[in-house]
Design a protein around this ligand. Structure first.
Ligand code: FMN
Length: 216
């Protein structure tokens, strides 16, 4: 277990070093504990000298609605880094529980040694607007073009516009709604993968009037 960090000496000399404060809290090392986050399979390469490759990314996020944009953060030492920089295009593939094992493997194996599409059994999906192929087995594929890169420290942030999206046809209801809640998506929190479970509500449910007159 990581040791808690104390920024200030305890005012009480006999207090044990790692005792919780009155609120039951311990000061913890400042770090990347934002959780849960989406563990995504990012495809890159697939043009010029680069064969298609897959890299697992947990430091991914939505950053703008219009234009639709997302970001991924990648360490320069990754094999994928040169492919991302070189092509300026990638696909963010949202994995379901069925792809969880491949997600982990693509996050520990390198494209320097492995053809990750071939070895993971994942199928390249022709993209609509970018050169890297998506992953056919993933229910959602977000095709992205890099607009900016920011060298932050350990990671370089790739800001990208989402140019095209492919979704599994089976997830689209007859009325046209995308039933993403049926995609079996997964989450990542502090080193563990989770299947999304119970739905707690939907957007705005906290203020929706109940049939009986009350609010939830
Ligand atoms: C769950 C998980 C999340 C990861 N997230 C990131 C990330 O956000 N950024 C990154 O640079 N590497 C991340 N990695 C590590 C890379 O996926 C890993 O180093 C991979 O082997 C690199 O592949 P490549 O050498 O083919 O590019 C993650 C790995 C796992 C298992």
């Amino acid at each position: 277990m990581r040791r808690p960090i104390h920024h200030h000496p305890s005012p009480r000399p006999h207090q044990p070093a790692d005792a919780a404060n009155a609120s039951g809290k311990l000061a913890w090392k400042p770090g990347t504990l934002l959780a849960p986050v989406p563990p995504v399979l990012v495809s890159c390469g697939g043009a010029g000298e680069w064969k298609p490759n897959l890299i697992t990314i947990a430091w991914a996020g939505t950053v703008c609605s219009d234009p639709p944009m997302l970001s991924i953060s990648v360490r320069p030492e990754r094999y994928s880094y040169a492919l991302l920089k070189g092509l300026g295009e990638f696909v963010v593939n949202l994995p379901g529980a069925a792809q969880a094992r491949a997600v982990d493997w693509c996050g520990v194996a390198s494209g320097r040694e492995h053809d990750k599409f071939a070895k993971s059994g994942l199928t390249p999906l022709p993209s609509l607007k970018v050169r890297p192929p998506g992953v056919a087995e993933c229910p959602v594929n977000l095709e992205c073009r890099v607009t900016q890169t920011l060298e932050l420290g350990s990671h370089t942030l790739f800001l990208a516009e989402i140019l095209a999206v492919q979704v599994d046809a089976a997830l689209v209801e007859p009325g046209g709604r995308l039933a993403l809640e049926k995609a079996g998506l997964i989450a990542y929190a502090h080193g563990h993968y989770f299947a999304l479970g119970r739905c707690l509500g939907h957007f705005g449910w906290s203020v929706r009037k109940q049939p009986g007159g009350g609010k939830r």
